[in-house]
Ligand binder design. Structure first.
Ligand SMILES: *Cc1c(COP(=O)(O)O)cnc(C)c1O
Length: 362
């Protein structure tokens, strides 16, 4: 018998983050007995007739939900988005090649550092001058660069591309914290990657969507595990995949599909972000940290104008079971991560606390 959660907590964690309750219950059940097989999902072969459909289903759901064209491979790998920082370069940047990067925050900075180990990297735009509180708009993309790398949502600083760059060269994107939150045109990208733990599932699995025709052209020596082609050939089972993470991701994607897919969740996400930013702008005590037109619909960063009140607001948040609101140290203040699985009621509970706090300090 799986026990439900002992109390309701509004989970604003930036990652690993909230998952749908029904997914947690189903996953917990599968840990004991997977679909009446008498085996736990944790103790069966990844090549068994029970597990293979899990991987297939997860891949099919990604293809369906994001309308991934058939000339793209979908992979579930390990190592997190951080391993992709280096893996993508080795697979896409030719020896003596050059790539353009846009620096929009901590994760983009790390992607740039890793890329620089393998070739000429040009940071064509950066918002570091204003502590990454905006998305750069004016820059020139080099037609001769192999690809342009962007980070579509900046988890730490709370900014997000509202429109993708109009790039004359293939784009590569870290979509860790906004994949499946809205409709995207996959064909604009040669490669998309995302750690599962922000909007798709638990930590341990990394999603990669890669256009097959752009591989095998770098003339680099790449270790097998770091070659996308290895994992394409092995159908994400070259070695033991992160079986459980893929399973929970599959359930989460199924949940999203039942809800109406990315179009349906995009409307809900827009609404959640709209009411929260509206309160931040209305409330006399708080202010947002990101430039208005670049505000993220996934990670909402805001501060108290009077920093001395910070501890007191976090105490109120704690009393009201509003969890995970403390901002990242590089921005301070607060960050409300309002990913797909966070219900509107949790956003309303946060708004309510902000209004109560304002009255207390009137
Ligand atoms: C969390 C995050 C990462 C790092 O992901 P790992 O899976 O921990 O390596 C990279 N990029 C973005 C945008 C993130 O939010």
């Amino acid at each position: 018998m799986i026990q439900p959660k002992s109390k309701l907590v509004h989970n604003f964690s930036a990652g690993p983050c909230i998952l749908p309750n029904e997914v947690l219950i189903q996953s917990a059940q599968a840990c004991v007995d997977f679909e009446g097989t008498g085996l736990s999902i944790l103790e069966m072969s990844h090549r068994s007739k029970e597990y293979i459909p899990v991987m297939e289903n997860a891949i099919n759901l990604v293809r369906e939900l994001l309308q991934v064209p058939s000339d793209y491979a979908i992979l579930f790998l390990q190592g997190g988005a951080s391993l992709q920082f280096t893996m993508l370069v080795q697979n896409l940047l030719p020896v003596n090649g050059k790539a353009d990067y846009i620096n929009t925050g901590t994760w983009a900075t790390k992607a740039i550092e890793e890329a620089k180990l393998f070739g000429e990297i040009d940071v064509i735009a950066s918002s570091e001058d204003k502590n990454f509180n905006y998305i750069p708009k004016n820059y020139t993309i080099d037609n001769n660069a192999s690809y342009l790398h962007i980070t579509t949502n900046n988890t730490i600083f709370g900014t997000q591309y509202q429109e993708f760059p109009n790039s004359p060269i293939p784009m590569v994107a870290d979509m860790s914290s906004d994949i499946f939150s809205k409709k995207i045109d996959v064909s604009k990208f040669d490669l998309i990657y995302a750690g599962a733990q922000k909007n798709m599932g638990p930590a341990g699995a990394t999603l990669v969507i890669v256009k097959k025709s752009c591989l095998g052209k770098t003339s680099r020596v790449i270790p097998s595990m770091l070659q996308y082609q290895t994992h394409i050939d092995g159908e994400s089972m070259f070695n033991t995949p992160p079986c459980f993470s893929v399973y929970v991701s599959m359930l989460t994607l199924q949940w999203l599909k039942n809800l109406g897919g990315v179009e349906a969740i995009e409307k809900i996400n827009n609404h959640k972000a709209e009411i929260l930013y509206k309160e931040i702008d209305r409330n006399t005590l708080f202010e947002g940290t990101a430039v208005v037109e670049d505000r993220s619909k996934m990670n909402v960063t805001f501060v108290l104008k009077n920093k001395d009140l910070e501890k007191e607001f976090l105490k109120l948040a704690d009393e009201r079971a509003l969890s995970g609101l403390k901002g990242h140290r590089s921005v301070g203040g607060f960050r409300a991560s309002i990913y797909n699985a966070l219900p509107i009621e949790s956003v309303e509970a946060l708004i309510d606390a902000m209004q109560y706090f304002e009255k207390q300090h009137a």
